[in-house]
Each structure stands twice: as C-alpha cells, then as structure tokens.
Design a protein around this ligand. Sequence first.
Ligand code: FAD
Length: 534
Amino acid sequence: MSRSGFARAWDVWDVVVIGGGITGAGILLEAARRGLKVLLVEQRDFAWGTSSRSSKLVHGGLRYLKQGQFGLTRESVHEREHLLRQAAGLVEPQSFAFGDYAGRKPGKRTFLAGLAIYDRMAGQRARHYYGREEFAALAPNIATDGLRGGMVYTDAKTDDARLVLRVLQEARQYGAVALNYMAVESLLCDGEETKGVLLRDGLSGARHEVRARMVINATGAWADRLRAATQAQPSASTSTSSAGAAALRRLRPLRGSHLVLPAWRLPLAQAVSLMHPADGRPVFAYPWEGVTLVGTTDVDHHHDLAQEAAISRAECDYLMAALHAQFPQLNLCDADIIATYAGVRPVIDSGKADPSKETRDHALWLENGLLTVTGGKLTTFRVIALDVLKLAAARFPELEGRLEPQPVFAPSSPLRYAPDLPPGQAQRLQGRYGVQAQNLVDAAQAGELTIVPGTETIWAQLRWAARCEDVCKLEDLLLRRTRIGIQLHGGGIDILPRIRAICQAELGWDDPRWEQEQAAYLALWQAHYSVPKQ
Ligand SMILES: Cc1cc2nc3c(=O)[nH]c(=O)nc-3n(C[C@H](O)[C@H](O)[C@H](O)COP(=O)(O)OP(=O)(O)OC[C@H]3O[C@@H](n4cnc5c(N)ncnc54)[C@H](O)[C@@H]3O)c2cc1C
C-alpha cells in the first residue's frame, strides 16, 4: 500500500499502533493475525529507537533472579525457548562462561543455585561447573589470578533490528500496514476520548488524519510525551508537548551503551560474563555476527530524546576497565574499537537511587482512550502484545476467546537447494526473511551470495533491502536492514563504492542523492557511533 493510499484504506481503523520498535511490531502482528485492521506508524525508521540498540540477548535475565523478579525471569525463559524453536536462524543459542575467582561475588554456590532455578524454568539442565584448567581453555585470554574454575550456562542471542523487521513482515502477511518516517504529531480527541491521530509524513511533509477504534502508544522511552497529550485540555487535537510530559512523567530513561571490537582482537569461544570491578554490575562480552560486543552500561539519560543517544567517554572507560580486568593480557585500547552504540531503556521510574535496581517489567495504562505500553524487554514482546490485546479486548468483542498465544512465526518452507550459499547461511536467511528468503536468494546477482568480509551478512541482503525493505535513507540500510555500520571500521566506509554499485539503482537515487545520503550517514556515524575522544 502506498504512503498516501493508506489514509483512504479505511474510514476507521480498528487499531493504530504508534511506534515501530519490537513492542509496536509485536502488537501489530498479534492484532492482525486475529483479523483486526491495524496500522503501525514510526516517526523515524523501523527499530530506530531502542530496539536496534539492545544487547541483542534473548534471555531470562539471571540478574532479575537476584532481585527476586521470578515472574519476569520465568516469562522470559519461556519466551526464549519458544523463539529458539520457532525463529531458528534469527534467534540462536549462546553459551556463557562465568569465572569463579577466590573472594569474588557471586561465589560458586550462589551462582549455581541461580542457574539451577534458571534451568528448571526452561525444563533443561544446561549448567556445568569446570575446574580451573578446563575453564581457562573454554574461556581463553581471561585473567587467571585467583581463578578456581567457572560456570557455563546457555542463553540466546539475536539481531534485534532484524527481529523487528521479521515481526513486521509477518504482520503484513495478515494484511497489516506499517509505515516508517510517519510521525504522530497529535492525538485526535472527541471530548476526552482519543479517537485517532494526526500524522506527518517525514518524507513528503503531507499530513493525514486517521481515525481508529483504539490508539496504542508503544513509543518506548518516548511514551510520556503522548500520554501528556491525552491529559491536556480536551480539544479536537492535542499535541505532544514536552512540558506536559514532564508533569506526568512515569518513565526513567536509562542509557545503555556498547563497544564493538573485531573478533580477532577479542576472540571468544563463547560469551564471557563478569562482574564489573568498580561496582559489581554484570557486563558481557560476546561473539555476534562476526564481531565481539561488549556491554552494557546503565546510566540516567538526561539528553533530548529527539537526538540519537551516544556513548559518553565515561561509559567507554567503564567498559574498557571491565575488559582490562577480565582480559589483561590482550592490552585492549581505544584503537581496537570498531564502533560504539547507545540506546535508552524505557524503565518505569520507582525512584531507586541505583538505576540498575529499577524493574525491567512492562506496564500498561489506559488513559482517556489511549492505551500506553512501555518498559519490558525485547525477549518478551509476544507476552507484552497479548497483555495489550487483553486490556483492549473490552472494545473488541471479536477478540473474545481468541487471545491464546500462537507460534511466533508461521512455518515457512525451507530454501531450495542453494549450493552457492556459505555454510550456515540458509538457516540464517530463513530466520531473518521467512517466506521471502527464497526471493532474496533468487534476486542475487553474480558474486552476491558471498559474505561481506568482517561480517556474516551476504551482499545479496543489501540488494534485497534496497529493493523491498522500505529503505528511505542510507542509514536505514547500513544500521538496521544490515548491521554493517556497527560491524566495520568507519561504518563500512571502505566498501561504500561496492554498496553503491549494488544499491543505488535499486533505490532509484541519482548521483547527487547518493552523495548527499552518504555524507549524512558518515556525519551521523561520527557523531553517534564512533569512539568519543579522550
Ligand atoms: C542497552 C540496552 C540493552 C538491552 N538489552 C536487552 C537484551 O539483551 N534483551 C532484551 O530482551 N531486552 C534488552 N533491552 C530492552 C529492549 O531493548 C527494549 O525493552 C525494547 O527494545 C523496547 O522496545 P519498544 O518498541 O518498546 O521501544 P523502541 O524500540 O524505542 O520503539 C519505540 C519507537 O517509537 C517511536 N516513536 C516515538 N514517538 C513517536 C511518534 N510521535 N510517532 C511515531 N513514532 C514514535 C520511536 O522513534 C521508536 O522507534 C535492552 C535495552 C537497552 C537500552
């Protein structure tokens, strides 16, 4: 459906979902597969918000056990197991190693007790304790002073932006419409009831009024702004003001940042989890898509949410200090860092002094007809979506008896024999593109079924994204459709000529447009994805 045509598709939509992160995408899918007419709008690109900047783990969250959040952990472990089965190739198992050092907490007994609960929730036994020599072989390069042995356990990882895109793709198969660069400028109200939204097309500047039986605010860390609009003086249209949002604030934006290092510089047989020497917070280093990710931090984010978040120098030093302590002989330094990225957690504010002690559970509020959902985790997007539909069900009698969980993705037929694909790619593409995986492979031109060096992406993914995946800006292609922007030095500057040769015609951009996009992308990368100066 065209960007202008959607407004005439229905006089009244059943649901308008605001926000194209994993929460909005999950709601879109669960509503569409139950027959509702649903529209999702995202002010920037799909997954532009927190959902492309997470730690990319599909996990129960061992540290939530420590905080007594058993319900959240159980729910997350169950969802992890579903995703491992139903989204293979996109959600993959990942083993973690945690060193047991003399005098350091948590000790062997406490950690193993936590892992036993974790395993029990998943109905498996994936934990092992290894003695010093064996553990040092399993986790090469780690500090051996005081090492007594270590625990190994299993969780899972994903590509967060691709998870959002796969969920959106699946929702579209049920007739849902999802538009990027389409911002909600204000809410349309009838008395005190929210009845629709006023949209502004970020590409053309056009405005559209859209009516809906229910408007759902799934804008993550931005959620307070729209909530404030419903509490303003009732009028035909109430705009999203930051002053009103401050008065009604329920969220505590917490920034989390990561470093990306080349796999050869920080080689890991498996993920390593450790307690930061300065404050005892958990930090992970893990192999991901051909690079090593290190994260994360957890600090109050006081910057304007209209600007992309970026790692601070202090956060960079904090993560490097964790690496120096855990991998002392590698002598890692700033020059080893390929890229950085930062995201803002939508965390419910309970006023805790330590940000890391705030709950990571999701919350729902129905205020003047606007249903807000925020908080939560990538891992639990299906649970969150079903909770939203349960709360919305009073307005949708057609949902009665239809709110049982369904498999995350409908099964799709496996790729035909594709001998040219590098090993492991068939499943990887199947997980990421579902029923479209075969079309992607068929669209590849000579040499495009090979891997972009330094990543696990194949060149054909770039062509496919440029042709079929709503790429509006070069940053969409390099930071979210593929992750080349955080996997290669300088955001992939050295391979931009080849990317241009593959993608420019597919995107329909002339030379001036390409050059303008390239300049904008490289400036964005410098400002938000590079290493902050000392
Ligand atoms: C550093 C970090 C690490 C994390 N690690 C993990 C992890 O390993 N595993 C895990 O399960 N979870 C993790 N999380 C949590 C998880 O990433 C978030 O809970 C999740 O991504 C939130 O998704 P969301 O859709 O609610 O928000 P977002 O992804 O932020 O989406 C909200 C969207 O709403 C859009 N929007 C805002 N206002 C408007 C408007 N007016 N009109 C239209 N659109 C609008 C925004 O542009 C944004 O794209 C992590 C979070 C952080 C920050």
